[in-house]
Write a protein that binds this ligand. Structure first.
Ligand code: Q9C
Ligand code: ZN
Length: 351
């Protein structure tokens, strides 16, 4: 069994150069090199991974998930910005404003919740292909395949119905979940809480959202991700946040994964799994605060694979570019092993 990998080279044309973070100008961590590293690693194993380009448009799915103003705004960016120009939102009005024009990229701040997510001319195209990867990876499960991988970049789990942020523009995991019939569990293992995904499915009892992440008291996105956010209305009880303190290692992480996250997913009895696969839990990650090793990431994959659910893996964060390709492959190997390699039971043979 080979693992289909969805990726389009146009995703590389989104090139944010820097971000403003707490008063500092930083080289932007969400670089196109991230995707290049993952593709390189995947291509080293042509027997296991099969890379293909997505071909369908995700617009219909995006219309259901996002306020159409988001698409209009990024379209304005594509049409209005010069080739070398970048719009960094820096005014973020709250509530009604007397003048608002989603066809003017200078109003991007109204649809944005942080200062780290710039818009350039190619952002729309790259974000559309990123969402298309998630859409086609999810549709691929309809063929009966046990798993697929969307090399989505830019990432998606911070993107809310009417607000982009956290390096995310469209919510790729939500696009994947919308392609899957029946009950769907989304497990978000990015270091940061998936506030956008939580928001999209907060009132929904068809989709269970479970997230393990750095405690928002200390880490981005700060306003969401606490344990008492459990869902609303019919969705009450279908949102599970598992915030963890700085410094958590592989052993502690695996325990929370098994005893809390996977236990809740098993109890939900889903028909399919969307894995929001951030790799910023890795020890060397510049954005994360956990200390997982590459072996731990593999073990995380194995445990998740053992759920035995059709699984679409959607790439989210992960910023230690030197190890990013290897880490992605380690996680994917794990999921694959957990899904398809039969567990060895200690069978006592007769006398
Ligand atoms: N602008 C993902 O891993 N840091 N996003 C912002 C203040 C944001 C990470 C600092 C980190 C977002 C998909
Ligand atoms: Zn992250």
């Amino acid at each position: 069994m080979s693992i289909p990998v969805f990726f389009h080279p146009e995703q590389l044309t989104h090139r944010p150069l820097y971000e403003w973070a707490f008063g500092d100008k930083l080289n932007h961590p969400e670089t196109s090199v991230r995707a290049e590293k993952i593709i390189e690693a995947v291509l080293r194993e042509p027997g296991l991974f099969q890379v293909q380009r997505p071909s369908s448009s995700p617009r219909e799915a995006l219309d259901r998930i996002h306020d159409p103003v988001l698409l209009r705004l990024l379209t304005a960016g594509a049409n209005q910005l010069a080739e070398d120009a970048t719009m960094h939102p820096s005014v973020f009005p709250r509530g009604p404003v007397p003048h608002l024009d989603p066809d003017d990229v200078r109003h991007a701040g109204y649809y944005c919740f942080d200062s780290g997510t710039p818009i350039a001319r190619n952002t729309l195209t790259a974000a559309l292909w990123s969402a298309a990867c998630a859409q086609e990876a999810a549709r691929h499960l309809h063929t009966g395949a046990p798993m697929s991988y969307a090399l989505s970049r830019p990432p998606g789990h911070h993107a809310a119905p009417a607000a982009f942020g956290g390096y995310c523009y469209f919510n790729n995991a939500a696009v994947a979940a919308h392609q899957l019939p029946g009950r769907v569990a989304i497990l978000d293992i990015d270091f940061h809480h998936g506030n956008g995904t939580q928001d999209i499915f907060y009132a929904d009892d068809r989709v269970l959202f479970v997230s393990i992440h750095g405690d928002p008291k200390e880490f981005f996105p700060f306003y969401w991700g606490h344990a008492n956010e459990r869902g609303v209305g019919a969705g009450t009880g279908f949102n599970l946040n598992l915030p963890l303190p700085r410094g958590v290692d592989g052993q502690a992480y695996l325990e929370v994964l098994e005893e809390q996250a996977l236990r809740a997913i098993r109890a939900f009895q889903p028909d399919a799994l969307v894995l929001s696969a951030g790799l910023d839990t890795f020890a060397g990650d510049p954005m994360g605060g956990f200390t997982l090793t590459q072996l731990d990431l593999h073990a995380v994959g194995v445990r998740i694979g053992r759920l035995g659910l059709p699984t679409v893996v959607v790439q989210e964060g992960g910023y230690q570019v030197d190890e990013l390709g290897h880490n992605a492959v380690a996680l994917l190997h794990g999921v694959h092993e957990g899904l398809v390699v039969p567990r060895v039971h200690a069978v006592r043979s007769g006398p």
